[in-house]
Design a binder for this molecule. Structure first.
Ligand code: IMP
Ligand code: MG
Length: 178
C-alpha cells in the first residue's frame, strides 16, 4: 500500500498539530452554542473522530453521505446518498469535511442546510485545494492548503482504497493511469 505513495505531504504529527489548532479555534467560537456537527461520509470519518475528541463541550453529531467522485475525477453532480437524522431548524451547524476541491459538495450541503432552516453554518475542512474551485465557497476553519495533486490517506481514498493510511500522501499517478 505504501509503495503506491509518491511522497508524504502531511505527516501524522503534522495532522495532530493542525487538529489541535482548529479545535482550539472552534472551541473558542462554538463552546456555548450547542452545535450540530455534521460529518461528511466517508472521507471525513477519521478526521471527525479525531476532532470530536478535542471538542470538550456539548454538541450533537450527525452523518451525511454525498458523492460526486468516480476514481480521481469529480462527476460534477452531487448526490445525497444518506440524509441526516437531525432537524437542523434553528441550529448552529459545523460541517466536517476531509477536503474542499471543486467546492460543489460544500455548495450543495450549505444550500440544503439553509433551505432546512439552519441558523448558521460553518465549514471545517482538514484540507483545501483552492486551485480546482468551480464555485465560490470558502471554509471557515481550514487545516492545510494543498497543491493540485490527488491525495490519499487519513480518510481520503482512491476507489475506496488507502483511507487507512495514517498520513496524507500524494498518490503515484501510475496507480490511476494504469
Ligand atoms: P468537491 O465537491 O469537488 O469539493 O469534492 C469534495 C470531495 O471530493 C471530498 O469530500 C473528497 O471525498 C473528494 N476529493 C477531492 N479531492 C480529493 C483528493 O485529492 N483525494 C481524494 N478525494 C478527493
Ligand atoms: Mg468526501
Amino acid at each position: 500500500m505504501n509503495n503506491d505513495i509518491e511522497r508524504v505531504l502531511i505527516t501524522q504529527d503534522q495532522i495532530k498539530d493542525l487538529l489541535d489548532t482548529m479545535a482550539t479555534e472552534i472551541t473558542t467560537k462554538y463552546q456555548d452554542q450547542f452545535p450540530l456537527v455534521v460529518s461528511v461520509l466517508t472521507g471525513a470519518m477519521i478526521f471527525t473522530g479525531d476532532m470530536l475528541k478535542r471538542l470538550n463541550f456539548k454538541l450533537n453529531l450527525d452523518l451525511v453521505d454525498v458523492s460526486s467522485y468516480a476514481g480521481t475525477n469529480t462527476t460534477g453532480r452531487v448526490k445525497l446518498i444518506q440524509d441526516l437524522k437531525s432537524n437542523v431548524q434553528g441550529r448552529t451547524v459545523i460541517i466536517m469535511e476531509d477536503i474542499i476541491d471543486t467546492g460543489l459538495t460544500m455548495n450543495f450541503l450549505v444550500k440544503l442546510l439553509k433551505k432546512r432552516g439552519a441558523k448558521n453554518i460553518a465549514i471545517c475542512a482538514l484540507l483545501d485545494k483552492p486551485a480546482r474551485r468551480q464555485v465560490d465557497i470558502k471554509g471557515d476553519f481550514i487545516g492545510f492548503e494543498t497543491p493540485d495533486e490527488f491525495l490519499v490517506g487519513y480518510g481520503l481514498d482512491y476507489n475506496n482504497l488507502y483511507r487507512n493510511l495514517p498520513y496524507i500522501g500524494i498518490l503515484k499517478p501510475t496507480v490511476y493511469q494504469k
